[in-house]
Structures are given as structure tokens and as C-alpha cells.
Design a protein around this ligand. Sequence first.
Ligand code: DHB
Length: 392
Amino acid sequence: MTTKKPSLATTICQGRISLTSCVYNASGPRTGSSAALAKIAKSEAGGILAKSATVESQTGNPQPRTWQSESASLNSEGLPNYGIGYYLSDDVINEVKASGGDKPYMVSISGKNLQDNLTMLSDIVKAYKDNKSSISAVELNLACPNVIGHPIIAYDFKQMEEVLNAVSSLMKKSKSELPLGVKMPPYFDGPHFQNAANIINKYVGIVSYVASINTIGNAFAVDTHSEMPVISSKGGLAGLSGPAVKHTALANVKVLRSLLNPDIDVIGVGGVSTGEDVFQMILVGASAVQVGTCHWIEGPSCFGRISDELIEIMNEKGYSSIEEFRGKLRDWSKEGASASRAARKAREAREKEEKEANDLLKQAKPNLFDIVNLVLIAIIAMLAADKFGIMS
Ligand code: DHB
């Protein structure tokens, strides 16, 4: 019997953007140059999202500005990027399109102030008008923790509303249909989720999606040997990402999905490095999933690996599309928990049996070293027998 391969296809921005795979890159490391973006385009990623741009090109914070451990990464890059003009240029777009065909190319902006964001947004709206097929969406970063002297916008609800108000006016005035997403910081408390969602819900029709979460701001790591911070700028404070933030990200996606207007998609991001992570993000309501730190560490081949792992899970569970399980997280129940425990025990027993069988096989099978020894002993015995005339 042949089974049909499950589809990872999805749409975002109320169906206006089609992605062949729900997995694509987050804005961040490995997204700053056309060469890096072309590599993402060539990979199994469903879309391509550029590094958050500023009006002018800038080199970012001094080195060292990144650090990695097994479970966590710190980054305080300070928005190194080539300036918005670069990400909208024909050269960059042509290189990306030549590598990725029809995959959506999206840009991201993180202005130093509101005026910078509006200036960049006007440029993007114009580029979108001039050539609709070149840019699919813009992600407005309301959550960058690493710019010295600039607190995270979306932690200041008054400022966040002012920014969205001004952005909304610009979009309405220009009559642009350019899909707009907002990148949000993680929230940790009920009223904060509610405040953020209430504000964003006022802009339904303008804000097409929310990407949640950006790094957890202002984390710290110590170099024990030198007794110093590992990061040189901002007193060593930096954005935390990687597997350590996954559960915060899942909580944010789940809660925001429940509070936001259904016409605003939630894109899950934060600590995703396996197909199982993507599966869980979709289960709690994500329309698509971005991968940041894992892409940084592993490179664009991560999109193929993660997609294969997701397909395997979908096959095991009998899902043929992500629509079949999106947002379908079940309520906790005694029956579910005991079924899960039984499945885990059965799996552990199976794995134990397989290991024991393998060990037995290894013991029974003479290894190459034993065979060579036996042959050598036989040759020596034959030579000795020959020499002492035993064979004659
Ligand atoms: C940077 C970090 C972020 O978390 C972000 O959203 C944008 C930029 C940076 O340090 O470059």
C-alpha cells in the first residue's frame, strides 16, 4: 500500500500568502545578505524573511555579541544590516527569486524611531506597488531588545499603540494591500497578554499576522574562567533564544491565538529545532512556524530535516495536512494522560527489547578482529606443521 506524503502547505495573512511549507526562517542571523537569503530560498523553507532593516546600513554592536550553549543562545547583534534599500533592490530580489522560484520573499523593519519605521514602510509600500510579485509581506519588529538606549516597543503599550496608529494611517492613506505582520516580544503575565492583544485587535485589516516570540530580552551569561560577561556590549545583557525559550514561545502562541481576532494569524517562533516542536506550535494555533537559532547553528539544511521529522509525526498520527490539527490542542484529561503513559511504557519496552536483541547479535557475531586473529593462528599452525614435518 502506498501512502500519500502529508502536505506541509499553509497560507498566512488570511490566505493571501501561500507557503509550500509551514516552516521557514525567522529574521535574525543568516538573513542579512543576498547570498544567505538565496541559500534559504534554495532550501526546503516555505518562505524567505530578511534581516530586520534600518534606514541606513549599520554594522551593529561590537564583538563578541553572540554566545551559544547546548540549550540556549545569547545574541546582541544590534541590528547589523545593509539598510532597507538593499533588501528592496532588484539585485537582491532577483538573486533570491532565482534561487527560490515562487517562494514568498518578505522583509522586516526595525527602525530606530517611529519616523524611521514610517520612512521604510513607505519605501516598501512603493516597491510593492511597482512590482507586486517581488515582496510578499513586511514584518514590523516591535520587540528588538538589543539597540542601546531603545527599550522594547511592545513592552510600552502606549508607545506600541502610537506606532500601530501611525502605521495604520500610512497603510490606509496609501491604499496599500501589502500584508503587514508584527513581531512581538514574549509576555509572562495575564494582563500583559490581554493588553497587547486588545491593542492589536484594533488594527484588524491592517495587521495580518503576529509573530510570537522574539528573543527573551536582557539575559546574561558569565564566563567563569575569566570572571567576565560573555557579551561585550550593554553590560553583557543580550536576547535569549534556542531550546530554552520554547515553552515560553508555546505559551505566547497559545494565549495570543485565543485572544486575537481570528482574522489575525499567529506565526510561532522561539526555540523550534525539531519537527515535534513545529507540530506542537501548530497544535496550539500557529499558522506557520519560523526557525531562528537552529537555522543559525545548523544552516539552511535544518528546514529539510525539520520538515522530514514533521512528516514522520504526521504519518504516525494519520494526518495528511496541517489544517487537520492546527489549533486542535485537547483539554487535559485523566484518560489522555494514562493513554500517554501507557504509550510511553510500550515504547520504552520496545526500545529495551530492540537493544537487548542488538546486544545479543553483537555478542554472537565474531568481529573482524576475531576473524583476522583466527586466520593468522591457522596460518602460523600450518607453517609450523610444515616446518616440523608434521604435514609431510
Ligand atoms: C536583533 C535582535 C533581535 O531580537 C531582533 O528582533 C532584531 C535584531 C539584533 O541584535 O540584531
